[in-house]
Design a protein around this ligand. Structure first.
Ligand code: PLP
Length: 485
């Protein structure tokens, strides 16, 4: 009421229609100085208050500052292949050059028909080929079942926007790719985490998943191969998840299958596409150009709808509407989809001698040699989720310490919505030699930790807290020099 009356006062002052002298803004400020400032502050939308994406948070900002001061930082926090010298297959860039004039207009809200046809052909052929022509196969889909987006990221947002009402629940793996949590939270939903415990090799149990189901559950997210843990889920677990979703008694439970790393698998490990197991509920499968085709800057992802579509008419109408509201996805990038989906060069990168394979080998060897680290071998994707075995280890403090002292940026494990603080994620993308050096540097910091853990933790904790609280640079600088980073 108070706020409204102040608003009214301001309006009266502004209009001044009945001959009454306008109240000067300066006078108003005198009368309500604090209030004036308060009512004119630009507050962010309350739905964003609990939304985090720490992979690009304060640590990344600090790395940027270090770089701006002229020093190099090895940024291992993001799976950005182009930043480490990976190139996209040439046919992809050629296709964009060749079609740039045709890419000028908006296209259909779901994407270029040719690109959607290419996705249909891909899911039809690729998975059949991978399985030697045997079942399970991706169900038959048509271009009408495909949506192209500005990366999988945009499609994830759209899917949550179209699905959730306040208080709706979505089952999400812990650790997760944090965009999923952010998308659920900012659309009013509640993320409920099913534990993928380190001691179980990050494979969740169906019992733990089922224990979270309530009458408010709307969907389950499965990231396979998994970012950050690198695990590939056994087919039997996926079958159990599908059975749970299909028999859900309170309306449909959607399965969101984030399979953006589907072709990045090591040592002959195979992943099963969720859609090939799902028939009686809606399955939304995601893929894109960013990882397998190393072209994340083009911002192209796709969503394939399959399973029981008759249950999802209203939801699909909502997605169609949301696609139309953003008009269409970036068109030049969509021309890259057609040649990309015929390209198999990723196979060389994940095979022995290939860069991703060798990078992973370096990490596994480095961890094996270390007194302080352990790891579950990543079977797929492009990350290692490393455990640190030191008492009272704090991943955020460590990440800050590492960027300050060694100019290496990694992502603290707790950025991935886990209840523990003794992991970090590092990407497999740097050249193997650089990774070897990076792990030497990491081991040096851990060695130091082992010696002076308590003292250094306190100092770095103060800096992390000041950064989190958004304190001014001067104070943060002071703390930093006191801590002798
Ligand atoms: N899903 C997962 C599991 C990811 O790791 C990423 C990016 O790192 C994305 C989705 C988003 O990818 P895109 O570049 O297509 O938006």
């Amino acid at each position: 009421i108070f706020f409204r009356s102040v608003e009214f006062l301001n309006m009266k002052g502004r209009t001044g229609t009945n001959g009454v002298a306008e109240e000067s803004p300066a006078k108003k400020r005198k009368v309500f100085p604090a209030l004036h400032e308060k009512t004119h502050a630009i507050a962010c939308c309350s739905a964003l208050r609990d939304v985090k994406y720490e992979i690009r948070g304060p640590l990344a900002q600090r790395a940027e500052e270090i770089e701006n001061s002229g020093q190099k930082v090895l940024k291992c926090n993001i799976g950005n292949p182009g930043a480490f010298g990976f190139t996209a297959p040439k046919e992809i860039t050629d296709a964009i050059y060749a079609h740039i004039d045709q890419a000028v207009p908006y296209c259909h809200q779901k994407g270029l028909l040719e690109a959607r046809k290419a996705v249909v052909e891909y899911v039809d052929k690729y998975i059949t080929e991978e399985n030697g022509g045997k079942f399970p196969q991706f169900p038959k889909v048509t271009p009408n079942d495909i949506y192209l987006g500005n990366g999988v990221s945009e499609l994830i947002m759209m899917c949550m926007r179209g699905l959730l009402n306040p208080g709706d629940e979505v089952l999400i793996p812990s650790p997760d790719y944090p965009l999923w949590t952010a998308a659920v939270t900012m659309h009013g939903g509640r993320p409920l985490y099913y534990p993928c415990k380190p001691e179980n090799g990050f494979v969740p149990t169906i019992m733990d998943i089922r224990a979270l189901v309530t009458s408010r559950t709307r969907a389950i997210v499965v990231i396979n191969p998994n970012n950050p843990a690198g695990v590939i889920y056994p087919k039997e677990l996926l079958q159990d998840i599908v059975a749970m979703a299909e028999e859900y008694p309170f309306g449909g439970m959607v399965i969101f299958a984030d399979e953006i790393y589907d072709q990045i698998t090591f040592d002959g490990n195979k992943m099963t596409h969720m859609a090939s197991l799902c028939h009686n509920t809606l399955c939304c499968s995601f893929g894109g150009l960013s990882k397998v085709y190393r072209a994340c800057g083009f911002r192209v992802g796709w969503l394939v709808m399959s399973g029981n579509r008759s249950r999802a008419v209203s939801y699909e109408n909502a997605l169609n509407l949301l696609s139309g509201l953003r008009l269409c996805a970036n068109v030049p990038g969509q021309y890259a989809v057609i040649p990309a989906l015929q390209d198999k060069s990723i196979k060389d990168l994940v095979a022995p001698g290939g860069r991703l394979y060798e990078a992973r080998k370096v990490i596994l060897n480095s961890v094996a040699k270390s007194k302080y680290m352990s790891i579950h071998e990543p079977q797929g994707a492009m990350y290692a989720f490393v455990e640190v075995n030191l008492p009272d280890f704090d991943d955020q403090v460590f990440a800050l310490d590492l960027v300050e002292k060694k100019h290496i940026l990694i992502a603290p494990g707790s950025s991935f919505n886990v209840p523990y603080k003794n992991h970090f994620r590092i990407t497999l993308l740097p050249p193997p030699d650089k990774l070897r050096e990076a792990f030497q540097a990491i081991d040096e910091v851990l060695e130091e930790y082992a010696q002076t853990l308590e003292q250094r933790k306190e100092e770095a904790l103060k800096i992390v807290q000041a950064m989190r609280a958004g304190e001014d640079k001067e104070r943060i600088e002071k703390l930093r020099s006191k801590a002798k980073f």
